[in-house]
Each structure stands twice: as structure tokens, then as C-alpha cells.
Design a protein around this ligand. Structure first.
Ligand code: AMP
Length: 111
């Protein structure tokens, strides 16, 4: 298995877990870009948003319903959700993931 996030899901690589259930996992980003920076991923290996289909997109709704609960546990109500799709957009790990950034003022537009 050469996907680093699949290896985190499998427990082969340690992570600072914030939430886990049968279909998704949330953990702190190892290189935080804000005081609060965590990732939420599906356990199914979906390479990017471009690989979402009618069959697998339901997990994205579950991710989005779970994000506010994790944020609330971390004491934040204002946050940014980011998905980088494709290398030119900044995607470095080819397993669908959503960044949640909070705890500082976030500029717009992003770089
Ligand atoms: P992206 O550039 O959108 O593909 O985001 C990948 C994110 O994964 C980056 O913010 C990395 O810091 C983060 N990351 C890479 N490896 C790990 C790891 N082992 N544990 C936690 N976060 C990681």
C-alpha cells in the first residue's frame, strides 16, 4: 500500500486522531498552517474529488456533517474547508481529504 493516508487508516503510520467511525477518519495535519488544522478523509481510497461518483459521494456528506462537530470540540465555529484537487491546485496526497483551518484570520483569495 503506497498511499500514506491508507496507511494511517490501517494504523501503520501514527496520527493524532480527532474522530473515527466506520467510513471516515479525522486527524491533525502534521504540518499545520493555522492554529487549528486537521484533515478529514474517507476510509475508502478515493484519489481526488475528480473520482467522486453517484455511488461514492455519500461519504462527502457524512464528512461535512461531521466537520462542525469536530470543530466544536476544538472550540472553533469559524473555519475554512479546503480541498485541493490535482497537483496544480496543491494536492500532494492522492487520497481525497478536506483540510479544516481555523484559529487565525484567513486571507482571501487563497494563494
Ligand atoms: P494536500 O497538499 O492538499 O494534498 O494536503 C496533504 C496534507 O497532508 C498536507 O497538509 C500535509 O501536511 C498532510 N500530511 C502528510 N502526511 C501526513 C501525516 N503523516 N500525518 C498528518 N498529515 C499529513
Amino acid at each position: 500500500m503506497d498511499c500514506i493516508f491508507c496507511r494511517i487508516i490501517a494504523g501503520e503510520i501514527p496520527s493524532a486522531k480527532l474522530y473515527e467511525d466506520d467510513s471516515i477518519l479525522a486527524f491533525k495535519d502534521v504540518s499545520p498552517q493555522a492554529p487549528v488544522h486537521f484533515l478529514v478523509i474517507p476510509k475508502e481510497h478515493i484519489p481526488s474529488a475528480n473520482a467522486l461518483t453517484a455511488e461514492n459521494v455519500g461519504v462527502v456528506a457524512h464528512i461535512f456533517e461531521t466537520i462542525p462537530k469536530i470543530a466544536a470540540q476544538l472550540g472553533v465555529t469559524d473555519y475554512r474547508i479546503v480541498n485541493n484537487c490535482g497537483e496544480a491546485a496543491g494536492q500532494t496526497v492522492h487520497h481525497l481529504h478536506f483540510h479544516i483551518l481555523a484559529g487565525r484570520n484567513l486571507g482571501w483569495p487563497p494563494g
